[in-house]
Design a protein around this ligand. Structure first.
Ligand SMILES: [Fe+2]
Length: 133
């Protein structure tokens, strides 16, 4: 279970609530565990998650552009890396279905990645926006 800790707050209401939603969806996905019967359900949740990630990243990038954030390009690169990471997992799931390996891969490379990204890159953006205002 992933929780949003104080050090993961960006300080922009819209971004923080989207992060909360993202974490809720990840937790919903993880709580399915590796019940083989829930493959369809897992697929649906992953599709929703993907859609949401793309929307969230676009909103975050829009905010950065609007505020002339100097790290815009490198931050965008991180988002792109993450999307390709997610696509890889999606393909693995489509090819092999539910397995302990899939659950572990999802846990390690996806959830850890999100937590790290929010804690570093997004919190950094939050600091920039705070200093600006
Ligand atoms: Fe970000």
């Amino acid at each position: 279970m992933v929780t949003l800790s104080k050090d993961m707050e960006v300080g922009v209401l819209e971004i923080d609530s989207q992060h909360m939603e993202l974490v809720n969806r990840l937790n919903a996905l993880m709580s399915m565990g590796h019940d083989v019967a829930s493959k369809e359900e897992t697929q649906k949740t992953m599709d929703l998650l993907e859609e949401y990630i793309i929307k969230h990243f676009a909103d975050e990038e829009e905010l950065q552009k609007k505020n002339k954030y100097p790290e815009y390009e490198s931050h965008k690169k991180l988002h792109e890396l993450y999307i390709s990471e997610f696509q890889k997992l999606k393909k693995e799931f489509a090819d092999n279905g539910h397995s302990l390996k899939f659950t572990m891969d999802l846990n390690n490379s996806l959830i850890n990645w999100i937590v790290k990204h929010i804690k570093s890159a997004d919190v950094e953006l939050g600091k920039f926006l705070k200093n600006k205002s």
